[in-house]
Each structure stands twice: as structure tokens, then as C-alpha cells.
Design a binder for this molecule. Structure first.
Ligand SMILES: Nc1ncnc2c1ncn2[C@@H]1O[C@H](COP(=O)(O)OP(=O)(O)OP(=O)(O)O)[C@@H](O)[C@H]1O
Length: 267
């Protein structure tokens, strides 16, 4: 029997409470093209799980199905024990699943701190710019300011708190993007290439930061091509080819799997 979106799903074999997300037998077609073909991924709580595969293998499409951007043609997505298949991204965002680019783009003229504050979930009916317009913070907002500062300290941007976001470097923008995602209270963060186009030093800093957040209880599902840098930070890996999951396991096992190597060579 198909579950209805939002219904609590009885844990089946292997579901349990161990996984924050189970996407099972996902199918997504674009016309005649099967972009995701019966793919199943299970994301354990408080881990960093990597998704790899050659160009066009269906990684981004799978992430988009999980985050609610595409409705799958088959399969279901269970988040926190609840069937969320077909829920739109903003509903999932409120349930605690965020894709980094989903957070509104930074306002270049506002400060780093203001940009983090604006990513917090607001009370219904309150304009997100209200505190800025009033020019003062209410007590509940002071709590948010404290939270924003602790997140900024974590990403190492606290010393830039009063700088306009538009003055940040590309790498600092990525850190700001992660800070803003966290401010939303996300429990599961989905990221498409968090270290693309970033120099190796900053890439390691970003990944170190992601590890610290994992240790604080946040779960990450990440697509990344720069395996040389990312591998050692990752707990588990899935590999896709031609829409299918072809391997999963410890990252070093997955990248040395002959099927995975062949898929990169066009086999
Ligand atoms: N909106 C779309 N409309 C039609 N075809 C699409 C669409 N999005 C993706 N595809 C096709 O689906 C397949 C999977 O693409 P997808 O972007 O998910 O792969 P990927 O593994 O993320 O690739 P890359 O690493 O290059 O980002 C490709 O053949 C792609 O051309």
C-alpha cells in the first residue's frame, strides 16, 4: 500500500531510527530519458555521506527529488520517519531539510551578521526585515543574534560580522552560505559541490567545519567531484552511473570498486 505524504511510516527492515533519510527505489524521467533509475540511498544520522559518479549519472536529479524540487515518477522519500514524497521544498525546509542554495541569496549591502539573521525562520506574518526597519532587537531576536554569532565563530567569519556581504571573497561566501543554512535550523543539509572552485586551503577549512557540525549532530549529504580533498572527511559513499546506484560503502572501498572506476572511464 502506498503511503500518503506526511504520514508516519512504520519502520521497515533497515529503516529504524538509524536513518534520518531513506530515499527508496527513486525513478525520475525527463521525457524518454531515465535520469534516476530505481535508486535507493539511506543516510545515517550524524554522518557525512558522499554521492559520486560521472557527469550525467543522475546525482543532481536525485538530490532534487529528495529536496522536493522534482516529484519522482516512482519510489518514495522518508525523512525523519515520515513519508515526504512530493512535498515542496519550503515544506521540507520547515521540517529541517535544507539544500544550501535554497537559502535566499545573500544581500550584498547588508552585513554578514544581518545576512545570517535573515536566514532564521521567522514567526508567521512577520516581515523578515522588521527588526532592521525598527532598528532594534527584541529579546527573542537577541537570542537569535547570540546564535548567529556562535555560528559565525564556528565558520570563522565572526571578525567580519559588520562587513557588507558583498565584500566577501568567493570562499567566504561559501562559508556564509553554510552559516545561513545552519541558522535555518536544518538537521539534514544537502549540498551540491560545496568546495567547487575553492582553493585547497579553504576547501579543507570548509570540510573541517562540516565535520565539526556533524559532531554536533547535523547530517550531510554531499555531491562532490574533488575526491582527492573530500575523501578523508566522509563517513559513507554512494556511487551512481547511468541513473543507478552501482556501489555503496566506505569511501575508499567505493572509489576503488572496479565498477565505479569503469563508469568514470565511460565503461
Ligand atoms: N531538467 C532536465 N530536463 C531534461 N533532462 C535533464 C534535466 N536535468 C537533468 N537531465 C538529464 O538527466 C541526466 C542526469 O543529469 P544530472 O544533472 O542529474 O547528472 P549529474 O550526475 O548531477 O551530472 P553532473 O555531475 O554533470 O552535474 C542527464 O542525462 C541530464 O542531461
Amino acid at each position: 500500500m502506498e503511503a500518503v505524504a506526511g504520514e508516519r511510516v512504520e519502520p521497515r527492515e533497515g529503516h529504524g531510527n538509524e536513518y534520518i533519510l531513506v530515499a527508496e527505489r527513486i525513478v525520475k524521467r525527463f521525457g524518454g530519458l531515465v535520469a534516476v533509475d530505481n535508486a535507493t540511498v539511506k543516510i545515517r544520522r550524524k554522518t557525512i555521506t558522499l554521492l559520486i559518479g560521472p557527469n550525467g549519472s543522475g546525482k543532481t536529479t536525485l538530490l532534487n527529488v529528495i529536496a522536493g524540487y522534482y516529484r519522482p515518477d516512482g519510489g518514495r522519500v522518508v525523512f525523519e520517519g515520515r513519508d515526504v514524497t512530493g512535498l515542496p521544498p519550503h515544506r521540507l525546509y520547515h521540517l529541517g531539510m535544507a539544500r544550501t542554495f535554497q537559502v535566499p541569496q545573500p544581500f550584498p549591502k547588508l552585513t554578514v551578521l544581518e545576512n545570517v539573521l535573515l536566514a532564521a525562520k521567522r514567526h508567521p506574518g512577520e516581515s523578515f526585515t522588521a527588526p532592521l526597519a525598527r532598528g532594534k532587537w527584541l529579546p527573542v531576536e537577541e537570542e537569535l543574534v547570540d546564535k548567529a554569532f556562535s555560528i559565525l565563530r564556528l565558520v570563522g567569519l565572526d571578525h567580519l560580522w559588520d562587513h557588507p556581504a558583498g565584500q566577501l571573497s568567493g570562499g567566504q561566501m561559501k562559508l556564509l552560505e553554510i552559516a545561513r543554512t545552519l541558522m535555518s535550523g536544518a538537521k539534514l543539509v544537502l549540498m551540491d559541490e560545496p568546495i567547487a572552485g575553492v582553493n585547497p586551503t579553504l576547501a579543507h577549512r570548509i570540510l573541517d567545519f562540516i565535520v565539526r557540525l556533524r559532531d554536533q549532530g547535523i547530517t550531510f549529504f554531499i555531491i562532490e567531484h574533488r575526491l582527492d580533498i573530500a575523501m578523508k572527511y566522509v563517513d559513507y559513499a554512494y556511487a551512481m552511473a547511468r541513473g543507478r546506484v552501482i556501489a555503496e560503502g566506505r569511501p575508499e572501498e567505493v572509489v576503488s570498486n572496479p565498477l565505479v572506476i569503469d563508469s568514470y572511464l565511460g565503461g
